[in-house]
Design a protein around this ligand. Structure first.
Ligand code: AMP
Length: 328
């Protein structure tokens, strides 16, 4: 930190940000901050968009110091997923952190986080595949273990007062909340609402994979969620109805895309890759905190209050997109 005092680092954007790459460097930074100051942690995989910036801005506003971590965590990708092509732009992201008044970045390489003998994973019950087959845990059985393991390590090294996560990954929030209640009870979890484009598409680093045409059509996810949400708002408490309404919007779009592709095939025109193929992986209505799929006989929690998550996962031309709305 040189001659600067710790107080200087908040929100000045004058280049006083500490760039750390090793566990020891980050831990030493944390030691210097000392007790009595609030520290916000924003864990990310980088390639920032407005969703990430919203989390960072909130932490900078609410905490004395903010640590942003940028690490594409291999443990949360399975073998056939997009780890190698996942977008990376660390230098640009670090500049953004500096502009937003972040106190320290942590950008480790893979060896720093996981040495050759790394052999520990953290499993959170709510994220297990058997908890809910219509969920990220069900579709990507090792995903939440990877998330919980890296978050445990990041929380342990950076020792924040508050950790910030986005509702965009609603099931992840559920896993992290349980993890923090169980293992990090003194750290507060703050959840930021999903940042969306004007057509409702949730900002996501993976949107960069979409063709222009697929991006144009991606708004169908939010439209589908919105339909389910409106049913709930009008008093519907049959989760199956809500699932069906949501699925109906997706199915209608999928059939329209299919017809377009068939028409192109028949006319013999080459569609130049402009067609859209959509697959629905799941539409789920689950309890927001236990992640159990809501069945007919569920009546909410002890005081009859319902807190559900309506979640959708689809692929558009092979790009996997997830989104959710809270029903409460
Ligand atoms: P990622 O880099 O995708 O791992 O995301 C880092 C953090 O940003 C996670 O807590 C995400 O839930 C959050 N996030 C990602 N996209 C959005 C969004 N569109 N709105 C709000 N938060 C988001």
């Amino acid at each position: 930190m040189g001659a600067r005092t710790m107080n200087d680092t908040k929100g000045t954007g004058t280049g006083g940000m500490e760039r750390t790459r090793t566990v020891r460097e980050l831990s030493e930074f944390r030691d210097k901050v000392g007790h009595g100051r609030t520290v916000g942690l924003v864990p990310t995989m980088g390639s920032f968009h407005e969703g990430h910036k919203k989390l960072i801005r909130r932490s900078v506003k609410e905490c004395d110091m903010t640590i942003v971590t940028i690490f594409v965590n291999p443990l949360q990708f399975s073998k056939n997923e997009d780890l190698s092509k996942y977008p990376r732009q660390n230098e640009d992201d670090i500049k953004v952190c500096e502009e937003l008044g972040v106190s320290a970045t942590f950008v480790p390489n893979e060896e720093e986080m996981y040495d050759a003998g790394f052999d520990t994973t953290v499993t959170v019950g709510v994220g297990k595949a058997e908890r809910n087959e219509r969920s990220e845990g069900g579709r990507r059985p090792t995903h939440f273990e990877g998330v919980a393991t890296v978050v445990t390590k990041l929380l342990t090294i950076s020792r924040p007062t508050v950790a910030y996560f986005g509702q965009k990954d609603g099931q992840q929030v559920c896993v992290i909340r349980r993890l923090m209640k169980d293992l990090f009870p003194l750290i507060e979890l703050r959840i930021c609402e999903t940042e969306r484009e004007s057509d409702g598409v949730a900002l996501s680093s993976r949107n960069a994979y979409l063709s222009r045409r697929a991006r144009m059509e991606a708004g169908v996810i939010y439209r589908a969620l919105k339909q389910g949400w409106e049913r709930f708002e009008r008093g519907e408490r049959d989760a199956n109805e809500i699932r069906q309404v949501t699925l109906g919007v997706l199915t209608e779009a999928r059939e329209r895309f299919q017809k377009e592709r068939d028409d192109v095939d028949e006319s013999g025109r080459d569609d130049g890759g402009g067609g859209v193929r959509m697959d629905v992986e799941y539409v789920s209505v689950c309890d927001r905190w236990s992640m159990r799929e809501v069945e007919d006989d569920d009546v909410g929690n002890a005081d009859g209050k319902v807190e559900w998550l309506l979640c959708v996962a689809i692929t558009l031309n092979g790009t996997r997109l997830i989104d959710n709305l809270v029903l409460q």
